[in-house]
Design a protein around this ligand. Sequence first.
Ligand code: GTP
Ligand code: SPV
Ligand code: MN
Length: 591
Amino acid sequence: MNTAFAVPAIYHNAHVTRWVAEVAQLCRPDRIQWCDGSAAEKEALTAEAVSLGILIPLNQQKRPGCYYHRSNPNDVARVEQCTFICTPTPDEAGPTNNWADPAEMSTKLNALLAGAMQGRTLYVVPFLMGPPGSPLARVGVELTDSIYVVLSMGIMTRMGCVALEQLGDSERFTRGIHSMLDVNPERRYIAHFPNENLLISVGSNYGGNVLLGKKCMALRLASHWGRDEGWLAEHMLILGVESPTGDKTFIAGAFPSACGKTNFAMLNPPARFAGWKVWTVGDDIAWMKPGADGRLYAINPETGYFGVVPGTNYKSNPNAMECMRKDTIFTNVALTPDGDVWWEGKDEPPPAECLDWRGQRWTPDSKEKAAHPNSRFCAPMTNNPMLAPEVNDPAGVPISAIIFGGRRTNTMPLVYQAFNWVHGVYVGATIGSETTAAAVGAVGQVRRDPMAMLPFCGYNMGDYFRHWLQMRRVIKSPPRIFHVNWFRKDAAGKFLWPGYSENMRVLKWIVDRCRGEANANEALLGWVPSAQDFDLDGLDGFNAERLEQAQSTDVEEWRREVLQQDELFIKLYSHLPKEIIFQRELLIARL
Ligand code: GTP
Ligand code: SPV
Ligand code: MN
């Protein structure tokens, strides 16, 4: 082995070093860089990324430690059609996933990877998902030829020595291989091999496709582990609501991609709720396991936020704005002449001119958007002024409620509570939501996105519902389950509900329900608040009448809704638990 391949002492795990050597032999990089996660390493990598034009330094007075990145314009979002689950049989992946034969996929990807890193550096990136010492925490190692990935993984995960220490001499770690190749959609694959604990991603450099700890490991692979070991890996935010008397209630919420998890996780209570605090535990992923006391405990496996930028401002999400003030990588927003960033929906009006996400001159008269609708910020969670102190607790936080939600212009009321766990599983399993820019494809089309996991459940969705139902047996005090919709519109096309901070009013009712302190009426869909249970004080232009509109259930719309649910159920028929069918029948009976 030549000196460039000399292994630093912290890499004492022979399973890791042997595998790196194997991958290097295949990909033939010019150099191997063994990452340790240190500040000096980050500084050197950043300088190199700048010299290569991968990162552009932003105005360091305005945004210290912040950098700007433009992706290839063909590579701006997750690509579900290029994402594969490679289980031994197609049935195990189920009809909602793309399946590929593991041996065939492996042969195809090895051919693409052969010599792919010539002239490049292979970075060895060990990372830990979850707080050190947590029984739920897992180690992964990503081998990548992208500095952008290394720097982003340094923000999003506990990267470097800490992961190697947690791993010790064990061979139990997720192997991730990533090469950008030539960033060509024709050669883009995100492949998962659950039986080998292996991920291979080629041809992309976009977050969800390449930060392999995130959707690939912490959701698609982890969903398998959860099923086999009796826990849940979910596309959920985690927040803590603190009352003026200091009681804390922790809540998890699943909304599909770009449907409000980050915003809700960072909710800033309005003036009416003086003394109330909302703490962020996580904004995208929750791993949840029953604790000894019979409650469900959640950890956030990540350490950063990879959040949607457009629409974020000091009014809608001040905590996110604080997160982006320093040490942040911005991708695909617009660049202003003074070295700052701008996007649609930022507090300031558009600059007289700037460079758009493609690098082209943009003025307020331009027809195209300056920032890509799926432009993102990548910021460390420690920047968040409301970061929950419990975030590093290996035991996690006890979850009192689970909230499901979707983006629905009609049909779905603002909030209701499921009658019980099984009904709640049905409510989650039937989430419908309009598609967004977070994935490549048409936006605005309603599709079923069960538990917001349609693109992220790594096995048969019918079996996943069964797993959720079975979890009830091991959770003695189950969280209450709710459904929300911030996105319902009136006849004029205006959002009925003001949303953002005002979602605190919905949250307050949910917390009170969990504590047995709020009333509800039994309704068609579930338990609903009546006007007097719902605090509307200080809400300009919103009154009981508008609340009634936001809460209304239209039986005709619901008949259509139930029929639309059938599309998913027919697909999943051979694996669908009978409880789901029964819940459907009960709903029809109520209609
Ligand atoms: P991913 O990171 O893709 O998983 O997205 P997310 O679920 O974290 O969504 P995020 O909070 O970033 O919000 C996505 C979009 O929804 C943004 O454009 C927000 O402006 C919008 N949004 C979030 N909350 C609300 C709300 O309460 N009301 C309305 N009308 N829009 C909202
Ligand atoms: C999502 O699409 O749900 C995201 C962004 O959170 S990504 O990490 O790219 O998947
Ligand atoms: Mn997400």
